[in-house]
Design a binder for this molecule. Structure first.
Ligand code: F0G
Length: 435
Protein backbone atom coordinates (compact mmCIF):
# COMPACT_ATOMS: atom_id res chain seq x y z
CA UNK A 1 0.00 0.00 0.00
CA UNK A 2 1.23 3.48 -0.83
CA UNK A 3 0.43 5.93 1.98
CA UNK A 4 0.17 9.71 1.63
CA UNK A 5 -1.25 12.66 3.51
CA UNK A 6 -4.19 14.31 1.78
CA UNK A 7 -6.03 17.53 2.45
CA UNK A 8 -9.52 16.74 3.71
CA UNK A 9 -11.09 19.74 1.92
CA UNK A 10 -13.03 18.58 -1.14
CA UNK A 11 -12.02 21.64 -3.18
CA UNK A 12 -8.29 21.05 -2.49
CA UNK A 13 -7.39 17.35 -1.89
CA UNK A 14 -3.68 18.21 -2.25
CA UNK A 15 -1.34 15.29 -1.50
CA UNK A 16 1.87 15.29 0.53
CA UNK A 17 4.47 12.67 1.47
CA UNK A 18 3.48 10.58 4.49
CA UNK A 19 6.66 11.58 6.33
CA UNK A 20 6.25 15.35 6.02
CA UNK A 21 5.86 17.12 9.40
CA UNK A 22 2.65 19.06 8.78
CA UNK A 23 -0.61 19.30 10.70
CA UNK A 24 -2.66 21.39 8.27
CA UNK A 25 -2.64 21.55 4.48
CA UNK A 26 0.19 23.92 3.47
CA UNK A 27 -1.93 25.02 0.48
CA UNK A 28 -5.33 25.79 1.99
CA UNK A 29 -5.02 25.25 5.76
CA UNK A 30 -7.49 22.32 5.71
CA UNK A 31 -7.26 19.26 7.94
CA UNK A 32 -5.08 16.35 6.81
CA UNK A 33 -5.83 12.64 6.64
CA UNK A 34 -3.85 9.51 5.79
CA UNK A 35 -4.89 7.96 2.47
CA UNK A 36 -3.83 4.68 0.90
CA UNK A 37 -3.55 3.71 -2.76
CA UNK A 38 -3.64 0.11 -3.86
CA UNK A 39 -6.14 -2.71 -3.64
CA UNK A 40 -6.77 -3.96 -0.09
CA UNK A 41 -6.79 -7.68 0.65
CA UNK A 42 -10.17 -9.38 0.25
CA UNK A 43 -12.43 -8.94 3.29
CA UNK A 44 -12.61 -12.67 4.03
CA UNK A 45 -8.80 -12.93 4.16
CA UNK A 46 -8.50 -9.94 6.48
CA UNK A 47 -11.18 -11.27 8.82
CA UNK A 48 -9.43 -14.62 9.06
CA UNK A 49 -6.00 -13.04 9.57
CA UNK A 50 -7.22 -10.69 12.30
CA UNK A 51 -9.04 -13.51 14.08
CA UNK A 52 -5.98 -15.80 13.90
CA UNK A 53 -3.78 -13.12 15.50
CA UNK A 54 -5.87 -13.35 18.68
CA UNK A 55 -4.03 -16.54 19.57
CA UNK A 56 -0.57 -15.09 18.90
CA UNK A 57 1.93 -14.14 21.61
CA UNK A 58 3.67 -11.54 19.44
CA UNK A 59 3.30 -8.07 21.05
CA UNK A 60 2.08 -6.50 17.82
CA UNK A 61 -0.65 -9.11 17.43
CA UNK A 62 -1.73 -8.72 21.06
CA UNK A 63 -2.39 -5.03 20.51
CA UNK A 64 -5.99 -4.23 19.67
CA UNK A 65 -4.63 -1.58 17.32
CA UNK A 66 -1.76 -3.29 15.46
CA UNK A 67 -3.67 -6.55 15.15
CA UNK A 68 -5.61 -4.64 12.49
CA UNK A 69 -2.50 -3.11 10.88
CA UNK A 70 -3.72 -3.74 7.32
CA UNK A 71 -6.33 -0.99 7.81
CA UNK A 72 -3.74 1.55 9.08
CA UNK A 73 -0.78 0.87 6.72
CA UNK A 74 1.11 4.16 7.12
CA UNK A 75 4.41 2.72 8.44
CA UNK A 76 7.14 1.19 6.21
CA UNK A 77 7.80 -1.45 8.90
CA UNK A 78 6.82 -2.15 12.50
CA UNK A 79 10.22 -2.19 14.23
CA UNK A 80 9.67 1.15 16.02
CA UNK A 81 6.19 0.42 17.32
CA UNK A 82 5.68 0.67 21.06
CA UNK A 83 2.62 -1.15 22.32
CA UNK A 84 1.28 -1.19 25.88
CA UNK A 85 -1.39 -3.69 24.71
CA UNK A 86 -3.91 -0.96 23.93
CA UNK A 87 -7.35 -1.77 22.58
CA UNK A 88 -8.81 -5.26 23.12
CA UNK A 89 -11.59 -3.55 25.07
CA UNK A 90 -14.83 -5.38 25.83
CA UNK A 91 -18.41 -5.02 24.68
CA UNK A 92 -20.48 -5.05 27.86
CA UNK A 93 -24.19 -5.75 28.08
CA UNK A 94 -25.92 -3.23 30.40
CA UNK A 95 -29.63 -3.99 30.95
CA UNK A 96 -30.09 -1.37 33.68
CA UNK A 97 -28.59 1.36 31.53
CA UNK A 98 -30.73 0.19 28.60
CA UNK A 99 -33.85 0.53 30.69
CA UNK A 100 -32.80 4.00 31.87
CA UNK A 101 -32.14 5.05 28.28
CA UNK A 102 -35.49 3.67 27.08
CA UNK A 103 -33.92 0.92 24.98
CA UNK A 104 -34.67 -2.80 24.94
CA UNK A 105 -30.95 -3.50 24.92
CA UNK A 106 -27.72 -1.52 25.19
CA UNK A 107 -24.09 -2.52 24.84
CA UNK A 108 -21.10 -0.44 25.94
CA UNK A 109 -17.76 -0.55 24.18
CA UNK A 110 -15.59 0.37 27.16
CA UNK A 111 -12.43 2.20 26.17
CA UNK A 112 -11.69 2.81 29.83
CA UNK A 113 -10.13 -0.69 29.87
CA UNK A 114 -7.12 0.71 28.00
CA UNK A 115 -3.64 0.83 29.63
CA UNK A 116 -3.95 4.50 30.62
CA UNK A 117 -7.71 4.29 31.02
CA UNK A 118 -9.04 6.01 27.90
CA UNK A 119 -9.54 5.62 24.14
CA UNK A 120 -6.57 7.92 23.56
CA UNK A 121 -4.25 4.91 23.80
CA UNK A 122 -5.58 3.51 20.52
CA UNK A 123 -4.40 6.63 18.75
CA UNK A 124 -1.30 7.32 20.78
CA UNK A 125 0.51 4.11 19.90
CA UNK A 126 0.25 5.23 16.27
CA UNK A 127 1.23 8.85 16.99
CA UNK A 128 4.30 7.73 18.95
CA UNK A 129 5.29 5.31 16.17
CA UNK A 130 5.09 8.11 13.61
CA UNK A 131 7.13 10.43 15.88
CA UNK A 132 9.89 7.79 16.04
CA UNK A 133 9.76 7.21 12.30
CA UNK A 134 10.22 10.97 11.75
CA UNK A 135 13.23 11.00 14.09
CA UNK A 136 11.57 13.33 16.58
CA UNK A 137 12.93 13.62 20.12
CA UNK A 138 10.19 15.63 21.87
CA UNK A 139 6.43 15.30 21.56
CA UNK A 140 3.73 17.57 22.94
CA UNK A 141 0.00 17.85 23.35
CA UNK A 142 -2.60 20.20 24.71
CA UNK A 143 -5.11 18.26 26.68
CA UNK A 144 -8.16 18.22 28.90
CA UNK A 145 -6.37 15.35 30.64
CA UNK A 146 -6.64 11.99 28.92
CA UNK A 147 -4.51 12.81 25.90
CA UNK A 148 -1.75 14.01 28.21
CA UNK A 149 -1.92 10.85 30.34
CA UNK A 150 -1.76 8.68 27.25
CA UNK A 151 0.93 10.66 25.47
CA UNK A 152 3.10 10.74 28.59
CA UNK A 153 2.95 6.95 28.85
CA UNK A 154 3.60 6.14 25.19
CA UNK A 155 6.30 8.78 24.76
CA UNK A 156 8.17 7.60 27.84
CA UNK A 157 7.83 3.97 26.78
CA UNK A 158 9.24 4.92 23.36
CA UNK A 159 12.15 6.95 24.77
CA UNK A 160 10.68 10.27 23.63
CA UNK A 161 10.38 13.32 25.88
CA UNK A 162 6.73 14.19 26.57
CA UNK A 163 5.68 17.81 27.09
CA UNK A 164 2.13 18.33 28.29
CA UNK A 165 0.12 21.57 28.23
CA UNK A 166 -3.04 21.57 30.33
CA UNK A 167 -5.57 24.20 31.46
CA UNK A 168 -4.60 25.18 35.01
CA UNK A 169 -7.13 23.92 37.55
CA UNK A 170 -9.49 22.39 35.03
CA UNK A 171 -8.53 18.77 34.63
CA UNK A 172 -9.45 15.76 36.70
CA UNK A 173 -6.88 14.83 39.30
CA UNK A 174 -6.40 11.24 38.14
CA UNK A 175 -5.30 12.46 34.72
CA UNK A 176 -2.85 15.06 36.03
CA UNK A 177 -1.42 12.42 38.35
CA UNK A 178 -0.84 10.09 35.40
CA UNK A 179 1.02 12.73 33.38
CA UNK A 180 3.36 13.30 36.32
CA UNK A 181 3.86 9.61 37.07
CA UNK A 182 4.64 8.77 33.43
CA UNK A 183 7.31 11.46 33.41
CA UNK A 184 5.87 14.28 31.32
CA UNK A 185 7.20 17.80 31.60
CA UNK A 186 3.85 19.29 32.63
CA UNK A 187 2.92 22.91 32.01
CA UNK A 188 -0.30 24.16 33.59
CA UNK A 189 -1.25 27.17 31.49
CA UNK A 190 -3.62 29.85 32.72
CA UNK A 191 -5.92 29.65 29.71
CA UNK A 192 -8.59 27.30 28.40
CA UNK A 193 -8.04 24.32 26.08
CA UNK A 194 -8.82 26.22 22.87
CA UNK A 195 -6.49 29.09 23.74
CA UNK A 196 -3.64 26.76 24.67
CA UNK A 197 -4.03 24.73 21.48
CA UNK A 198 -3.69 27.87 19.37
CA UNK A 199 -0.58 28.80 21.37
CA UNK A 200 1.09 25.40 21.06
CA UNK A 201 0.37 25.11 17.32
CA UNK A 202 2.50 28.23 16.95
CA UNK A 203 5.22 26.98 19.30
CA UNK A 204 5.58 23.45 17.86
CA UNK A 205 7.49 24.41 14.74
CA UNK A 206 9.66 26.95 16.52
CA UNK A 207 10.77 24.40 19.14
CA UNK A 208 10.93 21.35 16.85
CA UNK A 209 8.33 19.49 18.88
CA UNK A 210 6.04 16.92 17.28
CA UNK A 211 2.37 17.60 18.08
CA UNK A 212 0.25 14.66 19.18
CA UNK A 213 -3.14 16.31 19.46
CA UNK A 214 -5.99 14.73 17.54
CA UNK A 215 -5.28 17.11 14.66
CA UNK A 216 -2.43 14.62 14.08
CA UNK A 217 -3.78 12.27 11.38
CA UNK A 218 -1.88 9.25 12.70
CA UNK A 219 -3.75 9.39 16.00
CA UNK A 220 -6.97 9.30 14.02
CA UNK A 221 -5.72 6.19 12.20
CA UNK A 222 -5.23 4.42 15.53
CA UNK A 223 -8.64 5.42 16.84
CA UNK A 224 -10.22 3.87 13.74
CA UNK A 225 -9.48 0.46 15.22
CA UNK A 226 -12.05 1.05 17.98
CA UNK A 227 -14.72 0.63 15.33
CA UNK A 228 -12.91 -2.22 13.55
CA UNK A 229 -12.60 -4.16 16.79
CA UNK A 230 -16.24 -3.47 17.67
CA UNK A 231 -17.37 -4.86 14.30
CA UNK A 232 -15.16 -7.91 14.70
CA UNK A 233 -16.63 -8.55 18.16
CA UNK A 234 -20.08 -8.39 16.57
CA UNK A 235 -19.09 -10.81 13.80
CA UNK A 236 -19.16 -7.90 11.33
CA UNK A 237 -22.83 -7.03 11.87
CA UNK A 238 -23.30 -3.27 11.97
CA UNK A 239 -25.37 -1.83 14.82
CA UNK A 240 -28.04 0.75 13.97
CA UNK A 241 -26.31 3.42 16.04
CA UNK A 242 -22.93 4.19 17.57
CA UNK A 243 -23.18 6.82 20.34
CA UNK A 244 -20.13 8.73 21.53
CA UNK A 245 -19.28 11.96 23.35
CA UNK A 246 -17.99 14.88 21.27
CA UNK A 247 -15.26 17.27 22.43
CA UNK A 248 -12.47 18.08 20.02
CA UNK A 249 -14.24 15.71 17.59
CA UNK A 250 -11.23 13.55 16.77
CA UNK A 251 -13.05 10.37 17.72
CA UNK A 252 -16.09 11.25 15.62
CA UNK A 253 -13.74 11.79 12.67
CA UNK A 254 -11.91 8.51 13.31
CA UNK A 255 -15.08 6.46 13.70
CA UNK A 256 -16.60 7.86 10.51
CA UNK A 257 -13.41 7.22 8.50
CA UNK A 258 -13.20 3.66 9.84
CA UNK A 259 -16.82 2.92 8.99
CA UNK A 260 -16.52 4.30 5.46
CA UNK A 261 -13.33 2.34 4.85
CA UNK A 262 -14.79 -0.90 6.23
CA UNK A 263 -17.82 -0.46 3.97
CA UNK A 264 -15.59 0.15 0.95
CA UNK A 265 -13.45 -2.90 1.79
CA UNK A 266 -16.52 -5.11 2.09
CA UNK A 267 -15.93 -5.81 5.81
CA UNK A 268 -19.41 -4.51 6.69
CA UNK A 269 -22.49 -4.10 4.51
CA UNK A 270 -24.02 -0.93 5.98
CA UNK A 271 -23.08 2.18 7.95
CA UNK A 272 -24.35 2.64 11.48
CA UNK A 273 -25.58 6.15 12.30
CA UNK A 274 -23.35 8.22 14.55
CA UNK A 275 -24.96 9.91 17.57
CA UNK A 276 -22.55 12.52 18.93
CA UNK A 277 -23.39 13.87 22.37
CA UNK A 278 -22.07 17.16 23.77
CA UNK A 279 -22.40 18.86 27.14
CA UNK A 280 -24.83 21.81 27.04
CA UNK A 281 -22.21 24.38 28.07
CA UNK A 282 -19.71 23.21 25.43
CA UNK A 283 -21.85 22.36 22.43
CA UNK A 284 -20.61 24.21 19.32
CA UNK A 285 -21.05 21.12 17.13
CA UNK A 286 -24.67 20.81 18.24
CA UNK A 287 -25.18 24.47 17.28
CA UNK A 288 -23.44 23.95 13.93
CA UNK A 289 -25.82 21.12 12.98
CA UNK A 290 -28.76 23.47 13.55
CA UNK A 291 -27.20 26.52 11.85
CA UNK A 292 -28.35 27.72 8.42
CA UNK A 293 -24.72 28.20 7.42
CA UNK A 294 -22.60 25.14 8.15
CA UNK A 295 -19.44 26.56 6.62
CA UNK A 296 -18.34 28.15 9.90
CA UNK A 297 -18.35 26.75 13.40
CA UNK A 298 -20.26 28.93 15.90
CA UNK A 299 -17.57 28.46 18.54
CA UNK A 300 -18.22 28.82 22.23
CA UNK A 301 -15.94 31.45 23.75
CA UNK A 302 -16.12 30.24 27.36
CA UNK A 303 -17.02 26.54 27.34
CA UNK A 304 -18.26 25.18 30.67
CA UNK A 305 -19.01 21.69 31.93
CA UNK A 306 -18.05 19.47 34.85
CA UNK A 307 -17.25 16.83 32.22
CA UNK A 308 -13.86 18.51 31.83
CA UNK A 309 -12.71 16.04 29.14
CA UNK A 310 -15.16 17.64 26.70
CA UNK A 311 -14.89 21.23 27.87
CA UNK A 312 -13.96 22.49 24.40
CA UNK A 313 -15.54 25.42 22.57
CA UNK A 314 -13.56 25.43 19.32
CA UNK A 315 -13.03 21.80 18.24
CA UNK A 316 -10.39 21.54 15.52
CA UNK A 317 -11.77 18.47 13.76
CA UNK A 318 -15.26 19.86 13.14
CA UNK A 319 -15.07 19.78 9.30
CA UNK A 320 -14.26 16.06 9.38
CA UNK A 321 -16.87 15.38 12.06
CA UNK A 322 -19.52 17.27 10.09
CA UNK A 323 -18.77 15.12 7.05
CA UNK A 324 -18.89 11.87 9.03
CA UNK A 325 -22.13 12.65 10.86
CA UNK A 326 -23.74 13.71 7.57
CA UNK A 327 -22.55 10.66 5.59
CA UNK A 328 -23.72 8.29 8.33
CA UNK A 329 -27.15 9.95 8.61
CA UNK A 330 -26.23 10.74 12.19
CA UNK A 331 -27.35 13.26 14.78
CA UNK A 332 -25.82 15.55 17.39
CA UNK A 333 -27.51 15.98 20.78
CA UNK A 334 -26.64 17.96 23.88
CA UNK A 335 -27.28 17.11 27.53
CA UNK A 336 -27.32 18.99 30.85
CA UNK A 337 -24.98 18.58 33.79
CA UNK A 338 -27.75 16.89 35.80
CA UNK A 339 -28.44 14.45 32.95
CA UNK A 340 -24.74 13.55 32.66
CA UNK A 341 -24.38 13.05 36.41
CA UNK A 342 -27.44 10.80 36.71
CA UNK A 343 -26.53 8.75 33.63
CA UNK A 344 -23.06 8.27 35.05
CA UNK A 345 -24.41 6.91 38.33
CA UNK A 346 -26.69 4.53 36.42
CA UNK A 347 -23.69 3.22 34.46
CA UNK A 348 -21.95 2.78 37.79
CA UNK A 349 -24.87 0.74 39.14
CA UNK A 350 -24.40 -1.61 36.21
CA UNK A 351 -21.04 -2.46 37.78
CA UNK A 352 -19.36 -0.81 34.83
CA UNK A 353 -18.60 2.84 35.65
CA UNK A 354 -17.00 5.55 33.54
CA UNK A 355 -15.86 9.16 33.72
CA UNK A 356 -18.34 12.06 33.30
CA UNK A 357 -17.75 12.76 29.58
CA UNK A 358 -18.41 9.10 28.74
CA UNK A 359 -21.78 9.18 30.52
CA UNK A 360 -23.00 11.86 28.10
CA UNK A 361 -23.67 8.94 25.75
CA UNK A 362 -26.36 7.37 27.95
CA UNK A 363 -27.86 10.77 28.77
CA UNK A 364 -27.99 11.53 25.02
CA UNK A 365 -29.51 8.15 24.18
CA UNK A 366 -32.27 8.74 26.73
CA UNK A 367 -33.07 12.07 25.06
CA UNK A 368 -32.94 10.68 21.54
CA UNK A 369 -35.23 7.76 22.44
CA UNK A 370 -37.77 10.00 24.14
CA UNK A 371 -37.73 12.33 21.11
CA UNK A 372 -38.49 9.34 18.86
CA UNK A 373 -35.21 9.73 16.93
CA UNK A 374 -33.78 6.48 18.26
CA UNK A 375 -36.22 3.56 18.34
CA UNK A 376 -36.58 1.54 21.54
CA UNK A 377 -35.71 -1.66 19.68
CA UNK A 378 -32.65 -0.14 17.95
CA UNK A 379 -29.33 -1.98 18.09
CA UNK A 380 -27.11 0.57 19.88
CA UNK A 381 -23.45 0.54 20.92
CA UNK A 382 -22.38 3.39 23.19
CA UNK A 383 -18.67 4.08 23.54
CA UNK A 384 -17.50 4.75 27.09
CA UNK A 385 -14.37 6.78 26.53
CA UNK A 386 -12.74 6.88 29.98
CA UNK A 387 -12.29 4.90 33.18
CA UNK A 388 -14.36 5.50 36.35
CA UNK A 389 -11.21 6.29 38.41
CA UNK A 390 -10.18 9.25 36.26
CA UNK A 391 -12.33 11.67 38.24
CA UNK A 392 -13.04 10.37 41.77
CA UNK A 393 -13.68 13.85 43.15
CA UNK A 394 -16.76 14.25 40.92
CA UNK A 395 -18.07 10.88 42.04
CA UNK A 396 -17.72 11.59 45.76
CA UNK A 397 -19.39 14.97 45.42
CA UNK A 398 -22.31 13.58 43.45
CA UNK A 399 -23.04 10.79 45.89
CA UNK A 400 -22.81 13.07 48.89
CA UNK A 401 -24.95 15.81 47.33
CA UNK A 402 -22.08 18.31 47.11
CA UNK A 403 -21.72 18.48 43.34
CA UNK A 404 -22.46 21.88 41.80
CA UNK A 405 -22.68 22.75 38.13
CA UNK A 406 -20.44 25.54 36.73
CA UNK A 407 -23.17 28.13 37.45
CA UNK A 408 -23.20 27.10 41.12
CA UNK A 409 -26.48 25.15 41.04
CA UNK A 410 -26.52 21.99 43.08
CA UNK A 411 -26.76 18.71 41.14
CA UNK A 412 -29.41 16.49 42.75
CA UNK A 413 -27.99 13.08 43.74
CA UNK A 414 -30.94 11.25 42.16
CA UNK A 415 -28.96 8.01 42.24
CA UNK A 416 -26.82 9.04 45.19
CA UNK A 417 -25.12 6.55 47.49
CA UNK A 418 -23.85 8.38 50.53
CA UNK A 419 -21.35 6.61 52.80
CA UNK A 420 -22.57 6.20 56.37
CA UNK A 421 -20.47 7.02 59.40
CA UNK A 422 -21.12 4.53 62.20
CA UNK A 423 -19.76 4.17 65.73
CA UNK A 424 -17.59 1.24 66.75
CA UNK A 425 -20.65 -0.51 68.14
CA UNK A 426 -21.96 -3.88 66.85
CA UNK A 427 -25.54 -3.19 67.93
CA UNK A 428 -25.71 0.13 66.15
CA UNK A 429 -24.13 -1.36 63.03
CA UNK A 430 -26.55 -4.28 63.10
CA UNK A 431 -29.37 -1.75 63.42
CA UNK A 432 -28.14 0.12 60.35
CA UNK A 433 -27.98 -3.18 58.43
CA UNK A 434 -31.50 -4.08 59.54
CA UNK A 435 -30.48 -7.08 61.66
N1 F0G B 1 -14.29 11.39 26.35
C1 F0G B 1 -13.13 11.52 27.02
C2 F0G B 1 -12.96 10.73 28.27
C3 F0G B 1 -12.13 12.38 26.54
O1 F0G B 1 -10.98 12.50 27.20
C4 F0G B 1 -12.36 13.13 25.35
C5 F0G B 1 -11.36 14.05 24.84
C6 F0G B 1 -13.59 12.95 24.71
C7 F0G B 1 -14.52 12.08 25.23
C8 F0G B 1 -13.91 13.67 23.46
O2 F0G B 1 -13.25 13.11 22.37
O3 F0G B 1 -12.08 15.13 21.53
O4 F0G B 1 -12.24 13.06 20.17
O5 F0G B 1 -14.26 14.47 20.58
N2 F0G B 1 -10.33 14.41 25.45
C9 F0G B 1 -9.26 15.20 24.87
C10 F0G B 1 -8.06 15.27 25.79
C11 F0G B 1 -9.66 16.46 24.27
O6 F0G B 1 -7.29 16.22 25.72
O7 F0G B 1 -7.85 14.34 26.55
P1 F0G B 1 -12.93 14.00 21.07
Amino acid sequence: MHAELACFEERCRARFPIDEVIYNCPRCGGLLEAVYDGAPQPAAELRALWRARRTSNAPLDQSGVWRFREIIPFLPDYRGVVTLREGDTPLLEAPRAAEYGGLDRLVFKHQGYNPTGSFKDNGMTCGAAQALRLGMRRVACVSTGNTSASMAAYASAAGLQPVVFIPHGNIAYGKLAQALEYGALTLQVEANFDQILALVMRLAERLGIYLLNSINPFRIEGQKTIMVEMMEQRDWRSPDWVALPGGNLGNTSAFGKALREMLRMGLIDRMPRLAVIQAEGSAPFYDLMRAADRSRLPRVEHPLTLATAIRIGDPVSWPKALHEVTVSGGVVEKVSEQEIADAKAVIGRCGIGCEPASAATLAGIRKLVSAGIMRADADVVAVLTGNVLKDPDYIYRYHTGELEDPAGNRIAPNFGNRPLVVPNDPDRIAEVLGG
